[in-house]
Design a protein around this ligand. Structure first.
Ligand SMILES: Cc1cc2nc3c(=O)[nH]c(=O)nc-3n(C[C@H](O)[C@H](O)[C@H](O)COP(=O)(O)OP(=O)(O)OC[C@H]3O[C@@H](n4cnc5c(N)ncnc54)[C@H](O)[C@@H]3O)c2cc1C
Length: 343
């Protein structure tokens, strides 16, 4: 498709971008890749240090110099739709993903699941590699000025960027901070975003002095109790130098103990997981995820806040989970492309 590159704006200050995508989680990356294929000038702004968002994944250096790697949120994820499967197969052909053995047989969930052999953080980096991405760049305000937007950012310096359209993929709380009556023509947007809620997850990371042997059953579903899932990252292959367990507490337990002392939560979850601990614990760390599983997602693919100039919201709020995040980002980008003038 012959799309224009960075519009001239009728003799006024030039527009910097055809579209700015805010957020480089799964949804923002899907939007950016979809736009990029069609050729407009785009930029992705990400508040964090790297792409990935709630794909989750961290590395830590132990005192003895070894690196320990954790998948901190998803260990694997489902693909129900044909388009997402095709995308995942594409990434699998590049060795960024591989099929994961069935884990939820008989409970009505998809058995087509994928995992990242080098860890979710490396997967995110690989997906983002070809994107025009600016990290450590927090969008503080989106201002509508005539036929375009000014996107104000705060990184090492304050900066203002001009764009013909915006795709915002921040989670609902951050989205609510960025939208107002001035830039969001749709009056019910605030009400819609305010009704979205997430379950919370307390997650314990344990680094161990011994690794586990490779095992396809690295995704451990312990019997009923506070812990809902344990990821053995060295058995999975993502943490080859040191043992690394990710221990997710279930939603009810997480809610109950959310405000508890870190030391108490760490002690309880460590005791529950003790059968899976090999050797000595050399590092422990508690994460508080305030947005894991969506409770009441919006049953639409994305939300158009304004048609002229175009401002679209996307993300996992539109369906829930990683697959919805990807589908939503892609659909939002298709909407933006459909509105772009052909050169
Ligand atoms: C513990 C846990 C377990 C999970 N398990 C699964 C699972 O098994 N299967 C599954 O399908 N899903 C799972 N999920 C959910 C999945 O991770 C999310 O649905 C998905 O990653 C959301 O992607 P997203 O792009 O919509 O949002 P995010 O990943 O949150 O991306 C939004 C991005 O926007 C950035 N941002 C926000 N505000 C600004 C701003 N003002 N300026 C610039 N950037 C900004 C953020 O930094 C972030 O990177 C899990 C989540 C958690 C926390």
């Amino acid at each position: 498709m012959g799309l224009p590159n960075a519009t001239t704006n009728n003799g006024r200050a030039p527009i910097d971008y055809d579209c700015i995508v805010i957020g480089a989680g799964m949804s923002g990356m899907a939007a950016a890749h979809t736009l990029q294929k069609a050729g407009p000038k785009i930029l992705v702004l990400e508040a964090g240090e790297a792409a990935g968002g709630r794909l989750g994944g961290v590395e830590r250096t132990l005192q003895d110099g070894r690196t320990v790697v954790f998948d901190t949120a998803c260990g694997h994820f489902a693909a129900e739709s044909l388009s997402f499967r095709e995308q995942l197969e594409d990434w699998a052909s590049m060795a960024l993903l591989r099929r994961h053995p069935p884990v939820y047989a008989g409970v009505g969930r998809s058995e087509r699941r994928y995992t990242a052999p080098l860890g979710m953080h490396m997967f995110a980096q690989a997906v983002a590699r070809t994107l025009p991405l600016r990290c450590n760049s927090v969008v503080t305000r989106i201002e509508r000025v005539g036929d375009h937007y000014l996107v104000h950012t705060q990184s090492s310096a304050v900066e203002t960027l001009r764009t013909s359209s915006v795709i915002l993929t921040a989670a609902p709380v951050e989205t609510l901070e960025l939208i107002d009556e001035q830039n969001a023509a749709r009056p019910d947007a605030r009400v819609l975003f305010e009704q979205i809620d997430y379950e919370r997850t307390l997650t314990l990371l344990l680094a161990l002095d011994q690794t586990s042997p490779p095992n396809a059953d690295w995704n451990i579903l312990p019997p009923d109790g506070p812990v809902s899932r344990i990821i053995d990252n060295s058995a999975k292959g993502v943490s080859p130098q040191a043992g690394a367990l990710t221990i997710h507490a279930g939603p009810s337990w997480s809610n109950l103990f959310w405000d508890g002392l870190d030391s108490d939560i760490i002690a309880t979850l460590t005791a529950v997981a003790e059968d899976y601990v090999r050797g000595t614990i050399v590092h422990s760390e508690l994460l508080r995820w305030d947005r894991s599983t969506l409770i009441n997602p919006l049953e639409i693919p994305y939300l158009t806040l304004s048609r002229l100039p175009l401002f679209v919201c996307a993300g996992d709020a539109f369906g829930g989970g990683l697959e919805s995040a990807w589908l939503s980002g892609r659909s939002a980008a298709q909407k933006v492309l459909a509105h772009m003038p052909i050169a």
